[in-house]
Design a protein. Structure first.
Lengths: 115, 115
């Protein structure tokens, strides 16, 4: 079984709809991240959480919100989706113990299309 | 803020030829540097990382990278390309957030390997 799972894997929605992307991990890591990937732009950080009570905005948090329901679950919400949020979204986890030396483990991604 | 520049969004090499993917960083403090690989329709996987110590870092699948502080570079190389190396490659540097570290990614380099 995959250590980092994302649901759904693909989603098509309409402008103005609320949508939630979910991430679960079985690695026991405290740190979780949400990135979006756009062609030619690489990965950009949306939000990150270093424990259940800690939520931080990343480079491009506008239009997004997150919820850290438990150590193993970190959800990303688009309250009112717009077409330029069409992208590939990745969740990642890392271990708090080694600080910046950690490897981030990525989920398989969610491809979101906003019409 | 730390940042990464990957030179060349697309690189094409022949099978058996040298692979060289370029990465330059900017940082006011000693950086932690990473190379990730993304195979088609998959998440990101760590190839190698530089933290401290030896400046030549060996990773998986025969890849290596050398940290050159004087040139602010961390180029990725492999002596002989295989068809299976075709993928997107991302260089990344850590950036300290409110509670620790998060990664800043370059825009990626797509590697094409031709027979």
């Amino acid at each position: 079984d995959a250590d980092v799972t994302q649901t759904p894997r693909n989603r098509i929605t309409k402008t103005g709809k609320r949508i939630m992307l979910e991430c679960s991990q079985t690695k026991g890591h405290d740190r979780m991240y949400w990135y979006r990937q756009d062609p030619g732009l690489g990965l950009r950080l949306i939000y990150y959480s270093f424990d259940v009570k800690d939520i931080n905005k990343g480079e491009i948090s506008d239009g997004y919100s997150v919820s850290r329901q438990a150590q193993a679950k970190f959800s990303l919400s688009l309250e009112s989706a717009i077409p330029n949020q069409t992208a590939l979204y990745f969740c990642a986890t890392s271990d708090i113990l080694a600080g910046g030396l950690d490897e981030q483990f990525f989920g398989p991604g969610t491809r979101l299309t906003v019409l | 803020a730390q940042s990464v520049t990957q030179l060349g969004s697309h690189v094409s090499v022949s099978e058996g030829a040298l692979v060289l993917l370029r990465c330059n960083y900017s940082s006011s403090v000693p950086p932690y540097l990473f190379w990730y690989v993304q195979y088609p329709n998959q998440g990101l996987q760590l190839l190698l990382k530089y933290t401290t110590g030896a400046t030549l870092v060996k990773g998986i699948n025969g890849f290596e990278a050398e940290f050159k502080k004087s040139e602010t570079s961390f180029h990725l190389t492999k002596p002989s390309a295989h068809m299976s190396d075709a993928a997107e490659y991302f260089c990344a540097v850590t950036e300290k957030g409110n509670s620790g570290y998060a990664l800043n990614f370059g825009k990626g380099t797509s590697l094409l390997v031709t027979p």
